[in-house]
Design a protein around this ligand. Structure first.
Ligand code: IVH
Length: 712
């Protein structure tokens, strides 16, 4: 029986077998387990089970406690929300506790909720009852206090009574105004709502985290929580957190007597509110709303895990009041967990643009939450061995929002007798080159990713590079997507980037022109050639990004383009660094560019050192014209000068100073060299100032700088 209990904590919740343990034991076990998951979720931002499974545990506990009130333990987790605040942040007691919501899991629960409310309020059949409906945002709740319209403090939910003081971090969130303006702003109000991270921003953040060896987050909620609970608020400031206001705590006066009216006032004061809130007047309308949102769910850029219904009239809300940890006037209608069980037929290894070997589970097609799933990501080899996933296994598949489906666990009871542990290949399945896990200098396996070492001899890498080359943020060639590249590559028509641009000429002389190929028609072929020709001129930053050099994403490509202006200048700079080697001044010069570090310099050197890459570049440059990075032409006393800021500035923030200098045409660098023209030193400037003096570079204080640029 102990086994069953174990199973629960790893994800699947089955109904408890009655009589197997005493009710008292089960309550104790459930309580301990819920507390452990609370800790994982609220403290460590690293949940082990889905919300649906967690809710099932809680539901079971409440059920048992309701049936056996004499067995309910003091301080039961069913009475609490969240977990106690961590010590590193100061604590803030909530004037009005931050409670949770009761849950509805099916249509009947919703009908019951409306009936309960009607009965409680003693409403007649013809009496109208308006209920607002809105998405339930899967982020983290926050309470933000405004006094005289000014943001004065912000706290997480914590255990509902007392949360963490995250004021400094919340102030860095662009969505959240520091000042509320407009009609009827109360003297004091605690605005409550949800902080979240959008899907696109989450993907970007994780890619950046992975590239820099930082923590990769399991989902946007964890990433938002991890971002908000940074002791260093400058880190929070770099994370594009967003906010929706949907409720309030203490308030000296309210601007309306309805839920919707108050939220409308929030909006008028400058707070972001969810645009999908609606008023409904019957259980049927609530259920229609729920289904509508469910079908929109995959298209939203943020995670939602259900919808929330609230009685609209505030006088009704007041009469209804609260039961234990949740209001009687509201309920959360949760989406069903999007999970299903199916057979994993085979593990395929895909090879990406940078040679990364990614295992993909080929599944017996199964419908998960209305979508047919036949592939699921297995992330990497460690993940496969951790979950001991084998070919032939029956597995539980989960789909969350529009995230790629994942394998939650293996159903061990159904494992075929001869299923062998999966052996991850040590050679590339496409080109046969060795596939290795890059290790750090001490030889530790630092990277979870195994990579093909075949480089340009690897067909898979070549093909993926071409797909990247034509993609939207690179050359953006209309009508030439992944599938077409696949076809042109496999038929030998396009093997390199330059081939894309010579395709038309070659096609004219070909024995089998495209117009004769099945699926192509004259108009579509002409359209394709026109789209290719339209991209013969490309801005430098896009060109650099398109090359697919490791560690050079869009931002880095822009930084390089800004610093060098032309491709020739960049190429010359990298050639010089190759000649000079690490530690040379030429190497240092690239490293000094704002936003560029050694990883990027090394990646550039690797790329340009490869003879084959140089040849491909020459061929490509015969076909395309790379335009210089557009800089607004400015002329100022610092145009073309290299400036280093160091120490604490008082009149400007460091970022403002940098942005201003760049606007005036200066190059801002992170370290001092002979090429530095000015060092602007604030208070407590350290080694950079010493270097400047040693090298005889002009040193200015903040006022001197402002005078130089005419802003004194
Ligand atoms: S209203 C008295 N509205 O869900 C409760 N909550 O499970 C007031 N949540 O703690 C909360 N979206 O963190 C409300 N539109 C929404 C919400 C929402 C997400 C969260 C919130 C709350 C939890 C309850």
């Amino acid at each position: 029986m102990a086994k069953k209990t174990q199973k629960r904590s790893s994800g699947s919740v089955r109904p408890a077998s009655p009589g197997a343990t005493s009710v008292e034991d089960e309550i104790a076990r459930l309580s301990a387990e819920i507390e452990r998951h609370d800790e994982l979720y609220y403290r460590n931002d690293a949940p082990e089970i889905s919300d649906a499974d967690y809710d099932a545990l809680r539901r079971r506990l409440t059920q048992l406690e309701d049936a056996h009130p004499e067995l309910k333990r003091a301080g039961s987790p069913s009475e609490k929300v969240g977990s106690a605040p961590v010590a590193a942040f100061g604590k803030i007691a909530h004037d009005v506790p931050m409670l949770s919501l009761g849950n509805a899991f099916d249509d009947q629960d919703v009908v019951d909720f409306v009936q309960r409310v009607r009965r409680f309020l003693n409403l007649g059949e013809s009496d109208e009852l308006e209920i607002t409906a809105e998405p339930k945002i899967d982020g983290l709740s926050i309470s933000i206090r405004y006094e005289g319209g000014r943001l004065v403090q912000a706290a997480t939910r914590g255990d509902g009574a007392e949360g963490e003081n995250v004021t400094a971090n919340v102030k860095t969130i662009k969505d959240i105004p520091h000042l509320l303006v407009g009609k009827d702003v109360p003297d004091v109000i605690d605005i409550r709502g949800e902080i979240y991270l959008g899907h696109k921003d989450f993907e970007k953040l994780n890619a950046a985290q992975a590239a820099s060896g930082g923590k990769v987050f399991a989902n946007p909620r964890n990433a938002a929580a991890g971002s908000l609970r940074q002791l260093d608020s400058s880190i929070t400031a770099q994370r594009p957190l967003q906010f929706f206001a949907y409720a309030w705590g203490a308030a000296s006066k309210l601007p309306s007597d309805t839920q919707r009216g108050v939220v409308a006032a929030f909006k008028s004061w400058g707070l972001p509110v969810n645009p999908l809130m609606e008023i409904t007047r019957s259980p049927d309308e609530l259920l229609d709303y729920y289904r509508g949102i469910e079908s929109k769910r995959a298209k939203l850029d943020y995670d939602i895990d259900g919808v929330v219904y609230k009685v609209n009239r505030l006088d009704y809300q007041e009469r209804l009041g609260f039961v234990s940890r949740s209001p009687r006037w509201a309920i959360a209608h949760k989406f069903a967990a999007e999970r299903a069980t199916t057979v994993l037929n085979k593990i395929d290894i895909q090879v990406g643009r940078t040679g990364a070997l990614t295992p993909v589970a080929k599944l017996e097609p199964v419908t998960v939450g209305g979508v047919v799933v036949s592939n699921a990501t297995l992330h990497n080899e460690d993940e496969i061995s951790r979950k001991d996933i084998r070919e032939g296994d029956t597995v539980v598949v989960q789909r969350a929002g529009d995230v790629i489906p994942q394998i939650v666990e293996v159903v061990l009871d159904k494992r075929p007798q001869h299923a062998a542990p999966y052996k991850f290949p040590a050679v590339c399945p496409i080109c046969g080159s060795h596939a290795v896990r890059e290790s750090d200098e001490e030889g530790n396996a630092a990277d979870v990713v195994r990579r093909c070492t075949g480089g340009l001899v690897c067909g898979a890498q070549l093909k993926e590079r071409l797909k990247h080359f034509v993609s939207r943020n690179a050359f953006d060639i209309e009508g030439l997507g992944g599938e077409k590249i696949e076809f042109f590559f496999e038929t030998g028509r396009i093997k390199s980037a330059a081939d894309i641009f010579t395709l038309e000429k070659r096609d004219q002389k070909s024995d089998e022109p495209l117009t004769k190929v099945r699926g192509f028609k004259e108009t579509s072929v002409n359209k394709l050639f026109a789209a290719i020709n339209a991209r013969r001129t490309v801005p430098l930053d896009r060109f650099l990004f398109a090359l697919g050099i490791r560690h050079i994403g869009e931002t880095t490509a822009k930084d390089l383009a800004k610093a060098y202006g032309t491709f020739e200048a960049l190429r010359a700079a990298v050639d010089a660094a190759i000649q000079g080697g690490k530690g040379s001044e030429a190497y240092q010069d690239i490293d000094n560019i704002e936003g560029i570090g050694e990883t990027v310099v090394d990646a550039l050197i690797d790329f340009f050192s490869e003879q084959h890459n140089q040849e491909q570049l020459d061929a490509l440059l015969k076909e395309v014209n790379v335009t210089a990075f557009k800089r607004v032409q400015v002329s100022s006393p610092v145009t073309g000068k290299t400036v280093v800021f160091t120490g604490t500035l008082t009149k400007l923030t460091r970022n403002e100073a940098k942005a201003q200098a760049e606007r005036l045409g200066a190059k801002v660098s992170g370290s001092v060299s002979k090429k530095t023209d000015y060092v602007v030193a604030g208070a407590e400037a350290g080694s950079k100032l010493d270097n400047a003096r040693a090298l005889g570079v002009i040193v200015l204080d903040e006022d001197g700088w402002l005078e130089l640029i005419g802003k004194a």
